[in-house]
Write a protein that binds this ligand. Structure first.
Ligand code: BEZ
Length: 219
């Protein structure tokens, strides 16, 4: 099944390093980032999960829970977490889902295309999840998705920037322009008429073209 932006994020029950969860209940009233990695005890994944551990306070400040996932069992995650802390300098305090039966991986379409003759079935290599990221809102809808190949470590600062943009859109109906960073000007979305925009943005806006309405970032 392939997922789309604005679809409801599939709910599931799973074992994690912090006990069993029901995903939607675990998300609660805030935002969530679900991200998969291919395999425990691998080099790029070690750097990624360590970096996310360091960024966790930034996600906390944005009312956002983070949760990792791979097809490894939770016992392996727990053992590997010690290596992550030792080598990357950050303890992994967010939960990691163990998905050896590929239930979540399949529901979120995190597996790569199988290689070769499909009659041979999946090999260990293509049973591993690719590097997926799902940004999920309090309404449990998918707000954004990223997919990276196994060979490329993600830029989690960009994931944080993406989250900030999604949260601004949800709160103020503004969009963010190319390479936008926190505090910079934003764009009034086309769905907001000039009439409504006048009420929402009484300070006015710059409009180099009628469809390009630029306002300071609302608080
Ligand atoms: C890694 O994390 O280094 C890795 C994992 C799977 C495939 C390639 C690289």
């Amino acid at each position: 099944m392939s997922l789309r932006i604005n679809a409801t994020a599939p709910d599931f029950e799973a074992e994690t390093t912090q006990g069993k969860i029901k995903f939607h209940d675990w998300i609660g009233d805030g935002w969530a980032i679900l991200f998969s990695h291919p395999k425990d005890f691998t080099p790029v994944c070690t750097t990624e999960l360590g970096y996310m551990a360091g960024l966790k306070p930034e996600f906390d400040r944005r009312n956002t829970k983070i949760i990792g996932l791979s097809v490894d069992p939770v016992d392996n995650h727990a053992k590997w977490a010690k290596d992550i802390e030792e080598t990357q300098g950050h303890a992994v305090t967010y939960p990691m889902i163990g998905d050896p039966e590929l239930k979540v991986a399949k529901a979120y379409d995190m597996l790569p295309e199988t290689e070769g003759d499909s009659s041979e079935g999946r090999t260990a290599a293509d049973n591993a999840t690719v590097r997926s990221v799902f940004v999920i809102g309090p309404d449990k809808k998918i707000k954004a998705m990223l997919t990276y190949p196994m060979s490329t470590g993600r830029n989690f600062d960009e994931v944080l920037r993406l989250l900030e943009s999604c949260q601004l859109t949800a709160k103020h109906q503004v969009a963010t322009p190319v390479n936008w960073k926190q505090g910079e000007d934003v764009i009034i979305v086309p769905a907001v008429s000039d009439e409504v925009a006048k009420e929402r943005f009484p300070g006015g806006w710059k409009a180099p073209k009628p469809y390009l309405r630029i306002v300071p970032q609302p608080k």
